[in-house]
Unconditional design. Structure first.
Length: 346
Protein backbone atom coordinates (compact mmCIF):
# COMPACT_ATOMS: atom_id res chain seq x y z
CA UNK A 1 0.00 0.00 0.00
CA UNK A 2 1.86 3.07 -1.29
CA UNK A 3 -0.92 5.66 -1.44
CA UNK A 4 -0.39 9.14 -0.01
CA UNK A 5 -1.61 9.44 3.55
CA UNK A 6 -3.34 12.70 4.39
CA UNK A 7 -4.93 14.13 7.53
CA UNK A 8 -6.86 17.26 8.49
CA UNK A 9 -5.32 19.90 10.71
CA UNK A 10 -8.00 20.75 13.25
CA UNK A 11 -7.25 24.42 13.81
CA UNK A 12 -7.16 25.44 10.14
CA UNK A 13 -9.15 22.68 8.46
CA UNK A 14 -6.28 22.27 6.01
CA UNK A 15 -5.68 18.89 4.35
CA UNK A 16 -2.02 17.92 4.86
CA UNK A 17 0.25 15.21 3.48
CA UNK A 18 2.00 13.11 6.12
CA UNK A 19 5.64 12.14 5.77
CA UNK A 20 5.68 8.51 6.90
CA UNK A 21 9.04 7.86 8.52
CA UNK A 22 10.77 4.59 7.57
CA UNK A 23 7.83 3.89 5.26
CA UNK A 24 9.84 1.63 2.95
CA UNK A 25 11.04 -0.45 5.89
CA UNK A 26 7.51 -0.72 7.28
CA UNK A 27 6.03 -1.67 3.89
CA UNK A 28 8.70 -4.36 3.54
CA UNK A 29 8.10 -5.70 7.06
CA UNK A 30 4.33 -5.86 6.59
CA UNK A 31 4.30 -7.13 3.03
CA UNK A 32 1.98 -10.14 2.55
CA UNK A 33 5.03 -12.30 1.85
CA UNK A 34 6.10 -11.93 5.51
CA UNK A 35 4.01 -15.03 6.26
CA UNK A 36 6.75 -17.03 4.58
CA UNK A 37 9.39 -15.69 6.96
CA UNK A 38 7.70 -15.62 10.39
CA UNK A 39 10.97 -15.95 12.29
CA UNK A 40 12.36 -12.81 10.65
CA UNK A 41 9.13 -10.88 11.17
CA UNK A 42 8.92 -11.86 14.83
CA UNK A 43 12.53 -10.80 15.34
CA UNK A 44 11.90 -7.41 13.73
CA UNK A 45 8.92 -6.76 16.00
CA UNK A 46 10.66 -8.01 19.13
CA UNK A 47 12.22 -5.95 21.94
CA UNK A 48 15.89 -6.39 20.94
CA UNK A 49 15.57 -5.18 17.36
CA UNK A 50 13.17 -2.42 18.42
CA UNK A 51 15.68 -1.17 21.00
CA UNK A 52 18.58 -1.43 18.53
CA UNK A 53 16.69 0.54 15.88
CA UNK A 54 15.82 3.15 18.48
CA UNK A 55 19.48 3.58 19.43
CA UNK A 56 20.63 3.87 15.81
CA UNK A 57 17.92 6.36 14.88
CA UNK A 58 17.65 8.49 18.02
CA UNK A 59 20.75 8.37 20.20
CA UNK A 60 23.85 8.77 18.04
CA UNK A 61 25.24 12.29 17.63
CA UNK A 62 26.91 11.30 14.37
CA UNK A 63 23.52 10.41 12.90
CA UNK A 64 22.19 13.76 14.03
CA UNK A 65 25.04 15.68 12.42
CA UNK A 66 24.99 13.61 9.24
CA UNK A 67 21.29 14.16 8.69
CA UNK A 68 21.41 17.84 9.47
CA UNK A 69 19.63 18.73 12.68
CA UNK A 70 18.38 22.10 11.48
CA UNK A 71 16.91 20.54 8.35
CA UNK A 72 15.29 17.82 10.45
CA UNK A 73 13.73 20.32 12.85
CA UNK A 74 12.41 22.45 10.01
CA UNK A 75 11.00 19.47 8.14
CA UNK A 76 9.24 18.17 11.23
CA UNK A 77 7.87 21.57 12.14
CA UNK A 78 9.25 21.47 15.68
CA UNK A 79 8.64 24.83 17.33
CA UNK A 80 11.68 25.40 19.52
CA UNK A 81 10.08 28.47 21.10
CA UNK A 82 7.73 26.11 22.99
CA UNK A 83 10.58 24.27 24.70
CA UNK A 84 10.94 24.52 28.44
CA UNK A 85 14.68 23.85 28.28
CA UNK A 86 17.34 25.56 26.17
CA UNK A 87 16.95 24.31 22.56
CA UNK A 88 20.75 24.15 22.33
CA UNK A 89 20.62 21.06 24.55
CA UNK A 90 18.58 19.14 21.95
CA UNK A 91 21.62 17.50 20.35
CA UNK A 92 20.10 14.16 19.30
CA UNK A 93 16.75 13.09 17.84
CA UNK A 94 15.91 11.39 21.14
CA UNK A 95 16.35 14.65 23.05
CA UNK A 96 14.13 16.39 20.52
CA UNK A 97 11.40 13.77 20.86
CA UNK A 98 11.60 13.80 24.66
CA UNK A 99 11.52 17.59 24.90
CA UNK A 100 9.40 19.30 27.52
CA UNK A 101 7.24 22.26 26.55
CA UNK A 102 5.42 25.03 28.39
CA UNK A 103 2.16 23.16 27.94
CA UNK A 104 0.25 25.46 30.27
CA UNK A 105 0.91 28.28 27.79
CA UNK A 106 1.34 26.50 24.44
CA UNK A 107 -1.49 23.96 24.80
CA UNK A 108 -4.38 25.81 26.47
CA UNK A 109 -7.24 23.77 27.91
CA UNK A 110 -10.91 24.50 28.57
CA UNK A 111 -11.63 25.21 32.22
CA UNK A 112 -14.66 22.96 32.36
CA UNK A 113 -13.64 19.71 34.10
CA UNK A 114 -16.31 17.68 32.25
CA UNK A 115 -14.51 18.02 28.91
CA UNK A 116 -12.45 15.05 27.76
CA UNK A 117 -9.13 16.27 26.38
CA UNK A 118 -6.61 14.84 23.95
CA UNK A 119 -3.86 12.83 25.63
CA UNK A 120 -1.21 13.92 23.14
CA UNK A 121 -0.27 15.96 20.12
CA UNK A 122 -1.64 13.28 17.83
CA UNK A 123 -3.71 12.23 14.82
CA UNK A 124 -7.07 10.96 15.95
CA UNK A 125 -9.88 8.70 14.81
CA UNK A 126 -12.92 7.80 16.89
CA UNK A 127 -15.32 4.91 16.82
CA UNK A 128 -17.88 2.74 18.53
CA UNK A 129 -17.99 -0.88 19.63
CA UNK A 130 -21.69 -1.25 18.87
CA UNK A 131 -22.97 -2.18 15.43
CA UNK A 132 -25.99 0.10 15.84
CA UNK A 133 -23.74 3.15 15.70
CA UNK A 134 -22.57 4.82 12.48
CA UNK A 135 -19.09 4.97 14.01
CA UNK A 136 -18.90 1.16 14.27
CA UNK A 137 -15.24 0.19 13.88
CA UNK A 138 -14.98 -2.95 16.01
CA UNK A 139 -11.84 -5.04 15.38
CA UNK A 140 -10.41 -2.46 12.97
CA UNK A 141 -7.81 -1.17 15.39
CA UNK A 142 -8.00 -3.64 18.26
CA UNK A 143 -9.77 -6.58 19.83
CA UNK A 144 -11.30 -5.41 23.12
CA UNK A 145 -10.59 -8.69 24.93
CA UNK A 146 -6.95 -8.65 23.89
CA UNK A 147 -6.54 -4.91 24.42
CA UNK A 148 -7.64 -4.93 28.07
CA UNK A 149 -6.63 -8.52 28.86
CA UNK A 150 -8.84 -11.57 28.54
CA UNK A 151 -8.93 -12.06 32.33
CA UNK A 152 -10.16 -8.53 33.08
CA UNK A 153 -13.86 -9.44 33.18
CA UNK A 154 -14.97 -6.33 35.10
CA UNK A 155 -13.37 -3.91 32.68
CA UNK A 156 -14.42 -5.89 29.60
CA UNK A 157 -18.02 -5.71 30.78
CA UNK A 158 -17.79 -1.98 31.52
CA UNK A 159 -16.46 -1.01 28.10
CA UNK A 160 -18.40 -3.49 25.98
CA UNK A 161 -20.51 -1.56 23.43
CA UNK A 162 -18.74 1.66 24.40
CA UNK A 163 -16.88 4.31 22.40
CA UNK A 164 -13.19 4.77 21.72
CA UNK A 165 -10.59 7.19 20.41
CA UNK A 166 -7.26 6.22 18.84
CA UNK A 167 -4.56 8.89 19.06
CA UNK A 168 -1.50 8.18 16.90
CA UNK A 169 1.72 10.04 17.70
CA UNK A 170 4.16 10.59 14.85
CA UNK A 171 7.94 10.80 15.49
CA UNK A 172 8.05 14.59 15.22
CA UNK A 173 5.43 15.09 17.94
CA UNK A 174 5.83 16.18 21.55
CA UNK A 175 5.95 12.77 23.23
CA UNK A 176 4.54 13.33 26.69
CA UNK A 177 1.09 11.86 27.32
CA UNK A 178 -1.35 13.88 29.41
CA UNK A 179 -4.35 12.77 31.46
CA UNK A 180 -7.65 12.98 29.50
CA UNK A 181 -10.02 13.30 32.49
CA UNK A 182 -10.07 14.05 36.20
CA UNK A 183 -10.67 11.04 38.41
CA UNK A 184 -9.23 8.32 40.61
CA UNK A 185 -7.20 5.34 39.37
CA UNK A 186 -9.13 2.11 39.96
CA UNK A 187 -6.61 -0.18 38.27
CA UNK A 188 -3.28 0.12 36.48
CA UNK A 189 -1.40 -2.77 34.88
CA UNK A 190 0.93 -3.69 32.03
CA UNK A 191 0.34 -6.27 29.31
CA UNK A 192 3.09 -7.87 27.26
CA UNK A 193 3.26 -7.97 23.49
CA UNK A 194 5.20 -7.14 20.35
CA UNK A 195 6.55 -3.83 18.97
CA UNK A 196 4.51 -3.40 15.80
CA UNK A 197 4.85 -0.15 13.86
CA UNK A 198 2.08 2.47 14.14
CA UNK A 199 2.46 3.51 10.50
CA UNK A 200 -1.06 3.43 8.93
CA UNK A 201 0.14 0.88 6.39
CA UNK A 202 1.20 -1.47 9.16
CA UNK A 203 -2.08 -0.97 11.02
CA UNK A 204 -4.10 -1.85 7.93
CA UNK A 205 -1.89 -4.82 7.03
CA UNK A 206 -1.73 -6.36 10.49
CA UNK A 207 -5.23 -5.44 11.76
CA UNK A 208 -5.78 -4.97 15.52
CA UNK A 209 -2.07 -4.26 16.19
CA UNK A 210 -2.79 -2.14 19.26
CA UNK A 211 -4.02 -5.19 21.16
CA UNK A 212 -0.92 -7.13 20.09
CA UNK A 213 1.68 -4.62 21.29
CA UNK A 214 3.06 -4.15 24.80
CA UNK A 215 0.87 -1.63 26.59
CA UNK A 216 0.02 0.06 29.87
CA UNK A 217 -3.64 0.18 30.93
CA UNK A 218 -4.98 2.76 33.40
CA UNK A 219 -8.64 2.65 34.49
CA UNK A 220 -9.84 6.05 35.75
CA UNK A 221 -13.10 6.55 37.66
CA UNK A 222 -14.39 10.03 36.90
CA UNK A 223 -17.64 9.72 38.87
CA UNK A 224 -15.97 11.04 42.02
CA UNK A 225 -16.19 14.38 43.76
CA UNK A 226 -14.66 16.99 41.47
CA UNK A 227 -14.23 14.42 38.69
CA UNK A 228 -15.14 14.72 35.02
CA UNK A 229 -18.40 12.77 35.48
CA UNK A 230 -18.09 10.68 32.31
CA UNK A 231 -17.93 7.26 33.96
CA UNK A 232 -14.99 4.91 33.79
CA UNK A 233 -12.31 5.79 31.24
CA UNK A 234 -9.56 3.41 30.14
CA UNK A 235 -6.34 4.97 28.90
CA UNK A 236 -4.14 2.46 27.08
CA UNK A 237 -0.63 3.56 26.19
CA UNK A 238 0.74 1.37 23.42
CA UNK A 239 4.42 0.92 22.58
CA UNK A 240 5.58 0.56 18.99
CA UNK A 241 8.61 -0.08 16.82
CA UNK A 242 11.63 1.74 18.32
CA UNK A 243 9.65 2.50 21.50
CA UNK A 244 11.28 0.63 24.34
CA UNK A 245 9.75 2.28 27.36
CA UNK A 246 6.78 4.15 28.78
CA UNK A 247 8.20 6.31 31.54
CA UNK A 248 5.74 7.18 34.31
CA UNK A 249 6.01 10.88 35.14
CA UNK A 250 2.67 12.09 36.50
CA UNK A 251 2.80 15.54 38.06
CA UNK A 252 -0.09 17.54 39.49
CA UNK A 253 1.88 20.75 39.07
CA UNK A 254 -0.25 22.85 36.65
CA UNK A 255 2.83 24.66 35.35
CA UNK A 256 5.57 22.06 35.17
CA UNK A 257 6.68 18.44 35.28
CA UNK A 258 7.86 18.23 38.89
CA UNK A 259 7.38 16.77 41.40
CA UNK A 260 6.60 13.35 39.94
CA UNK A 261 4.02 11.24 41.78
CA UNK A 262 3.47 7.49 41.76
CA UNK A 263 0.56 6.14 39.73
CA UNK A 264 -1.31 3.44 41.62
CA UNK A 265 -4.84 2.41 42.51
CA UNK A 266 -6.49 5.10 44.63
CA UNK A 267 -4.35 7.97 43.30
CA UNK A 268 -6.21 11.00 41.92
CA UNK A 269 -5.26 12.24 38.45
CA UNK A 270 -6.00 15.74 37.20
CA UNK A 271 -7.13 16.34 33.63
CA UNK A 272 -4.47 17.79 31.33
CA UNK A 273 -1.49 16.97 33.54
CA UNK A 274 1.61 15.09 32.29
CA UNK A 275 1.21 11.33 32.83
CA UNK A 276 3.95 9.53 30.94
CA UNK A 277 6.61 9.75 28.25
CA UNK A 278 7.07 7.50 25.22
CA UNK A 279 10.80 6.97 24.69
CA UNK A 280 11.01 7.79 21.68
CA UNK A 281 9.67 7.37 18.10
CA UNK A 282 5.98 7.04 17.31
CA UNK A 283 3.29 5.31 19.30
CA UNK A 284 -0.41 5.35 20.17
CA UNK A 285 -2.91 6.06 22.93
CA UNK A 286 -6.32 4.37 22.98
CA UNK A 287 -9.15 5.77 25.10
CA UNK A 288 -12.20 3.65 25.98
CA UNK A 289 -15.47 5.04 27.35
CA UNK A 290 -18.48 3.35 28.87
CA UNK A 291 -21.52 3.21 26.57
CA UNK A 292 -23.71 6.28 26.58
CA UNK A 293 -21.41 8.52 28.62
CA UNK A 294 -19.70 10.78 26.04
CA UNK A 295 -20.20 12.35 22.62
CA UNK A 296 -17.31 13.23 20.36
CA UNK A 297 -16.90 16.76 19.05
CA UNK A 298 -18.81 17.30 15.76
CA UNK A 299 -15.79 18.54 13.80
CA UNK A 300 -13.91 15.30 14.49
CA UNK A 301 -16.84 13.25 13.22
CA UNK A 302 -17.27 15.40 10.12
CA UNK A 303 -13.57 15.28 9.27
CA UNK A 304 -13.51 11.52 9.64
CA UNK A 305 -16.15 11.07 6.93
CA UNK A 306 -14.44 13.27 4.33
CA UNK A 307 -14.17 11.52 0.96
CA UNK A 308 -11.87 14.09 -0.63
CA UNK A 309 -8.91 13.18 1.61
CA UNK A 310 -6.47 10.39 0.71
CA UNK A 311 -6.18 8.22 3.81
CA UNK A 312 -4.55 4.81 3.99
CA UNK A 313 -7.14 3.92 6.61
CA UNK A 314 -9.95 4.71 4.15
CA UNK A 315 -8.26 2.67 1.45
CA UNK A 316 -7.43 -0.26 3.72
CA UNK A 317 -10.77 -0.49 5.53
CA UNK A 318 -12.98 0.34 2.53
CA UNK A 319 -14.78 3.31 4.08
CA UNK A 320 -14.01 6.99 4.76
CA UNK A 321 -11.72 7.10 7.79
CA UNK A 322 -9.71 10.31 8.00
CA UNK A 323 -7.58 11.41 10.96
CA UNK A 324 -7.70 14.87 12.52
CA UNK A 325 -4.49 16.35 13.92
CA UNK A 326 -5.30 17.53 17.44
CA UNK A 327 -3.17 19.31 20.06
CA UNK A 328 -2.68 17.76 23.47
CA UNK A 329 -5.20 19.04 26.07
CA UNK A 330 -7.68 20.15 23.38
CA UNK A 331 -11.29 19.04 23.84
CA UNK A 332 -12.27 15.87 21.97
CA UNK A 333 -15.49 14.86 23.76
CA UNK A 334 -18.20 16.08 26.14
CA UNK A 335 -20.62 14.32 28.48
CA UNK A 336 -23.51 12.82 26.53
CA UNK A 337 -25.90 14.43 28.99
CA UNK A 338 -25.07 17.75 27.31
CA UNK A 339 -26.98 16.62 24.23
CA UNK A 340 -30.04 14.37 23.94
CA UNK A 341 -28.71 12.35 21.00
CA UNK A 342 -25.28 10.85 20.43
CA UNK A 343 -23.33 12.34 17.52
CA UNK A 344 -23.04 9.81 14.69
CA UNK A 345 -26.03 7.62 15.57
CA UNK A 346 -28.03 6.21 12.72
Amino acid sequence: MQATHQYIERASGQVCDETLYADRLVRWMYHPLREYAPVVFNALTGPRVSSWLGTINYDLDRVSRASGQDTFLKKCGVDLSECLDDPATLTTPRKIFERKIRYWQCRPMEDRVETVVSTADARLVVGSLTQTNALFLKDKFFSLDDLLGADKDDWLQCFNQGDFAVLRLTPDKYHFNHVPVTGVIRDIYELGGRYHACNPGAVVAEVTPYSKNRRLVTIIDTDVEGGSQVGLVAMIEVVALMIGDIQSCYSANPQGYEPVSEQAAGVRLERGQPKSLFRPGSSTDVLLFEPGRIRFCPDLLENQQRQDVSSRFSLGFGRPLVETDVPVRSTIALPRADEPARQGDD
